[in-house]
Write a new protein. Structure first.
Length: 86
């Protein structure tokens, strides 16, 4: 309920733009990092020939990144909404 109320308040005040911008920036950063990780690990796989290890590391890095980003976005949005509601 708090989140719904907060979203209505945010929409009323035009804060959605800020949230969208933050989300877009975060998504772009994640995509860039994932691409870099994939390229680096692919290069390492060619050099080392340890493809299985590289795939495991890639998956772990991507999962960790996604979790971190989701947590950060949720925390930021909740804090913003709580400020607006108080």
């Amino acid at each position: 309920m708090l989140i719904q109320k907060g979203i209505k308040v945010a929409v009323a005040k035009g804060e959605v733009v800020v949230v969208v911008v933050v989300v877009v920036v975060v998504v772009v950063v994640v995509v860039v990092v994932v691409v870099v990780v994939v390229v680096v690990t692919a290069a390492a796989a060619v050099v080392v020939k340890a493809v299985e290890i590289v795939i495991i590391v890639e998956v772990l890095v991507v999962v960790i990144l996604v979790v971190v980003v989701v947590v950060v976005v949720v925390v930021v949005i909740i804090e913003e909404l709580e400020e607006k509601l108080s």
